[in-house]
Design a binder for this molecule. Structure first.
Ligand code: ADP
Ligand code: TRP
Length: 347
């Protein structure tokens, strides 16, 4: 006789809601390798595992007073480039920041908790003051406050960004704690995120800083660059006559070339050149040729896909509209809770 084993009630696992992710890219020009490896590559991986909100930070881009004619084209371009890199608007909310009025409302609330002294000390603010002394507007000063509102409006806990944004997110945690302590627990603390263990800074090709949308255009590889431009830029990257002693220390500009190679070339290619460096047989001309070809292989399909998507304005409008609906559904819940905690509920 078969033993009938009485099964205990099946215990269902608790319904795990997916962690919330938010990140944004400013609509200030063509996207580049830094944006891709610092931010977008993570977005694409995260879309299957998390509840993702990705947006075009068009309000943030107003700090530099862009020509109104250019704004729309720039916003559309960021959307097209995100989708060309593999973001699926069905899986995530992809929207424009200015389509979510709850964000500026929360920004206003948070501004009352942010102090002049701490905002003036932010390194990115100090850089801007140095770079554009004729336009030190209040939007620049409160930039980290708006960023906090972007993130916590959806109660995000993970924020995929490049290394340059680390301090802004640390400030976001401060503002979150200040709000929670004053009005009651509402927001979780957000943390920067990258799939590798460290946040990334993609260096510029001339070794003087990071790749960026608007500065240093000849030393930045854009996702829209044509093949010949990519080759030209890579071949101009700074090198020297090569090491003269085995296993010498690598100058920073050569480390940067290896870093870039690590992003787009296969590991055995990188190893071959590393070995050649250590044995003093490296020929930087060959290394750059290899890097240029691997960059072309990497960038060309994204560039072509972007062109195709960018030409279809109706599709982009649809993405933005649907994204805004998803984002507002979440933002309106949070803002109602924040208003209530603050005491704004009069009737
Ligand atoms: P940019 O600085 O080029 O104007 P954004 O400010 O819009 O670009 O940045 C969008 C995202 O790209 C952010 O997550 C930022 O950290 C990341 N990012 C920008 N430049 C780099 C870089 N050189 N290396 C790594 N990440 C970067
Ligand atoms: N400040 C970011 C940058 O310059 C862009 C940004 C705005 C952002 N709001 C955000 C990034 C919220 C992550 C989360 O790169």
């Amino acid at each position: 006789m078969l033993l009938s084993v009485r099964r205990p009630f099946r215990i269902l696992p608790p319904v795990m809601s997916k962690e919330i992710v938010v990140s944004g890219i400013r609509s200030t020009g063509f996207l580049h390798l830094g944006n891709y490896f610092g931010a977008m590559r993570n977005y694409v991986k995260m879309q299957d595992e998390y509840n993702c909100y990705f947006f075009v930070a068009d309000y943030h881009s107003l700090t530099t007073h862009p020509d109104p004619k250019d704004l729309r084209a720039n916003v559309y371009r960021v959307v097209a480039e995100n989708v060309a890199c593999g973001l699926d608007p069905e899986k995530v909310a992809l929207y424009a920041q200015s389509d979510v009025p709850e964000i500026p409302e929360l920004y206003l609330m948070l501004n009352m908790l942010a102090y002049m002294g701490e905002l003036e000390k932010v390194p990115t603010f100090k850089d801007k003051v140095r770079q554009q002394p004729q336009n030190v507007n209040a939007g620049l000063l409160t930039y980290p406050v708006l960023m906090t509102a972007d993130i916590i409006i959806h109660k995000a806990v993970k924020v995929p960004v490049g290394k340059d944004q680390e301090q802004h997110i640390e400030m976001a945690r401060n503002f979150v704690n200040r709000f929670n302590n004053r009005y009651g627990e509402l927001f979780p603390e957000p943390y920067p995120f990258n799939y590798s263990s460290e946040l990334i800074k993609v260096p510029s090709l001339d070794g003087t800083g990071k790749m960026s949308k608007s500065e240093n255009e000849n030393a930045t590889l854009y996702l829209a660059d044509e093949d010949d431009i990519i080759r030209k830029k890579v071949m101009k990257a700074k090198t020297d006559s090569g090491p003269t002693e085995h296993n010498s220390e690598m100058p920073e500009y050569i480390q940067n070339l290896f870093l870039l190679m690590g992003l787009v070339s296969t590991p055995d290619v990188v190893d071959t050149y590393k070995k050649a460096f250590n044995e003093c047989t490296i020929r930087y001309g060959d290394m750059k040729k290899q890097l240029a070809e691997d960059m072309v292989q990497f960038i060309a399909p994204i560039r072509e896909k972007t062109k195709e998507l960018h030409a279809n304005e109706d599709a982009i409008k649809k993405i933005l509209k649907e994204g805004a609906e998803k984002a507002r559904a979440s933002a309106s819940v949070t803002i109602a809770e924040a208003r209530k905690l603050i005491g704004i509920n009069y009737y």
